[in-house]
Design a protein around this ligand. Structure first.
Ligand code: ADP
Length: 624
């Protein structure tokens, strides 16, 4: 665009050239006419100059009619010598018999009395009419004008008595014409030179605003809108400069508008919680917002820009760009089965269409549906778990009841056993349903929490005392498993805001589990300590422990390491799930640490603000 124009290609040169050519043509034509006219004029003047006066002709004619030729010849010689005209080279007088009777030149006096052989002389004598001729004399190397005029008798003009032959040198005339022509052409040449210079100057003046406009438009093209063109005059160029200025302002305004629009769009895109991808007509990515990068697990925009959307989303094998453009798919779920940490994405496509219907690209919106999908899956899993958990005890109740109905009720030995199983299973089902109900209440947020400040040290000791009572009671029963509970509790009062009933339920559940999974004679250790803003309780056992892979699922609903064993011991698989919900409800946390085969430790931490009420009482007392 910014190519340099060669001088001979420029308008400047072309205008100057046309101007100079026109000037040259005009001067040529004028020169030709002028020279022609000059020649004609000079010749006419010359002819007039060399024409002999009438009285000379008359007296010569008179002499030719005389019979005494000698006397007449002398007279003729006298007349000729009296003619004082420098322009004339030679005058000859010839009689009607073509005999030369006199000559003005001394060098040709010998020709007098001889017959003239000149053609013009003969023609003049014969035709009684003057004849002229221009001739070139090789001897003198000069051009001559020859004029032969008939001499007639005074009494009868038709009677030709002789002729006058006049020869005049033309060189002076031509030299004069040549000199004048030379002056003319020299001045014409100078004029053309001046004209050319002037033309270049004028054309430069004309093209200067054009050049400035060219520079300005290049500047606009580069995106620099500063400065205005000077508008000189109200001619076409002035108006054009005004129009370019206007154009610059308009482009700047629309550029600013589109940049503002772009910024707005970018800020909308970057603050969107959904990922947005836009492609060109061929489906190659041109725009990606930061959420999309995050969802796709891509670090830099450059890694996916210009790549096909089918490759970026991994849809190459299933779909074509045509299908996406034609809006054949409402949405697609992207779930990378191999990478569990990758989010599950719902992707919807819509074509970008111009008013004419021509598709210029695709917009693709990525929505993170991981939690929805997981929730859905969990819900399905939960329903299936509940059905399964209820079906097992119901099936066993049904089979025992059927056995009783078939006659076992009459057997005093098995009937009480069967009824006991039915009772146990029914109780377990009721427990499970109660657990499910309390979980459901916590899920829906309708559970009532009765918060009060409780000395957790006192409450924990009270709960453990109850277990010690049971140990004491069962000590005599050899069928019962033996275990002991050790306490490593701080002596400090720790006032924590909790719901005591629900908290007791959690501790009961964890201690019961510790007892359940402890070996005979196992020691269960209860600990209580405080940090600057938390109290931490822990219950350790020396039991089976929990396999590492199951640790993360231990608080899931219905999760049990050993289902059959848990059921046999009357477990519902919901105890820890409920404990976790309750602790969370109280603003605390619950977690487990376990080594398989060695034992497990369950921890509960609760938020705690050290109570400084005593200081206040002391101050009161001092004041009193
Ligand atoms: P359950 O009614 O089966 O005891 P929980 O929710 O209380 O249900 O416990 C879930 C599972 O966690 C149990 O089935 C058991 O496998 C495991 N578990 C809980 N506490 C312990 C523990 N102290 N030692 C070993 N495993 C435990």
């Amino acid at each position: 665009m910014n190519t340099k124009i060669k001088f001979y290609q420029s308008i400047k040169f072309k205008i100057a050239l046309v101007f100079a050519l026109m000037l040259m043509l005009t001067l040529e034509v004028v020169g030709a006419v002028f020279v022609r006219q000059l020649e004609r004029q000079n010749m006419a003047t010359f002819k007039q100059q060399v024409e002999l006066p009438t009285y000379v002709n008359t007296s010569l004619a008179t002499q030719l009619t005389k019979t005494n030729t000698d006397k007449a010849d002398k007279q003729i010689k006298k007349i000729l010598s009296s003619i004082n005209n420098n322009t004339i080279s030679e005058i000859r007088v010839i009689d009607s018999n073509a005999v030369i009777r006199g000559t003005s030149l001394t060098s040709t006096q010998s020709s007098v009395g001889q017959k003239s052989s000149d053609k013009l002389v003969k023609a003049t004598l014969a035709g009684n009419r003057a004849h002229t001729e221009n001739l070139y004399d090789n001897g003198t190397r000069a051009r001559y004008y020859v004029n032969v005029v008939p001499l007639v008798s005074l009494s009868n003009p038709n009677d030709v008595v002789g002729a006058v032959y006049m020869k005049a040198n033309l060189e002076a005339v031509y030299t004069n014409i040549n000199n004048i022509s030379l002056i003319y052409f020299a001045s014409a040449l100078i004029t053309i030179g001046f004209g050319l210079g002037l033309a270049i100057l004028i054309s430069r003046e004309i093209t200067r605003p054009i050049e400035e406009m060219r520079k300005k438009t290049l500047q606009i093209a580069r995106g620099d809108y500063s400065g205005r063109l000077e508008v000189l005059g109200n001619d076409e160029l002035g108006q054009l400069a005004g129009a370019v200025n206007n154009l610059s302002v308009r482009i700047e305004e629309s550029q600013e508008l589109s940049e503002a629009e772009q910024r707005r769009l970018n800020s909308v895109l970057s603050h969107m919680s959904d990922g947005v991808l836009a492609t060109d007509r061929r489906g190659n990515l041109v725009t990606v917002n930061s959420t999309a990068l995050q969802l796709l697990g891509v670090e830099k925009e450059g890694d996916i820009l210009n790549r096909s959307i089918l490759d970026v989303l991994g849809l190459r094998r299933k779909y074509t760009i045509r299908q996406l453009v034609d809006n054949e798919l409402d949405h697609v779920i992207l779930d990378d089965q191999e990478d569990e940490s990758a989010p599950i994405l719902s992707v919807s496509f819509s074509p970008i269409q111009q008013e004419s219907g021509f598709v210029t690209g695709l917009v693709c919106v990525l929505h993170d549906v991981t939690s929805q999908q997981k929730e859905e899956r969990e819900q399905k899993q939960f329903v299936s778990n509940v059905s399964h958990e209820l079906r097992t005890p119901l099936t066993s109740v049904k089979s025992y009841v059927e056995a009783l109905a078939d006659g076992a009720w009459q057997n005093p030995e098995v009937a009480p056993q069967f009824l006991k199983v039915v009772e146990d299973e029914t109780e377990r089902m009721i427990r499970m349903i109660n657990d499910l109900l309390s979980l459901s209440r916590m899920d829906s947020g309708t559970v009532k929490v009765n918060l009060e400040y409780v000395n957790i040290n006192e409450l924990f000791n009270y709960i453990l005392d109850r277990f010690d009572m049971i140990i004491k009671k069962e000590a005599a029963d050899p069928a019962k498993k033996k275990y002991s509970i050790e306490r490593h509790l701080t002596t400090k009062d720790l006032w924590v805001e909790i719901d005591p009933d629900k908290f007791t339920q959690v501790i009961d559940n964890i201690v019961n589990n510790a007892i359940k999974y402890s070996p005979d004679g196992g020691v269960i250790t209860a600990r209580l300590l405080e940090t600057h803003n938390h109290v931490i309780l822990s219950i350790s056992d020396q039991g089976l422990g929990i396999p590492r892979k199951d640790l993360s699922h231990i608080f899931d609903r219905f999760f049990r390491v050993d289902k059959a064993r848990s059921r046999k011991q009357g477990g519902t698989g919901l105890g820890l799930a409920i404990s976790k919900e309750v602790v969370n409800l109280l603003g605390g946390q619950i977690w487990v640490d376990s080594v398989e085969g060695k034992g497990s430790t369950f921890y509960i931490s609760l938020p705690y603000v050290p109570y400084e009420g005593d200081d206040w009482t002391d101050e009161q007392e001092v004041a009193d």
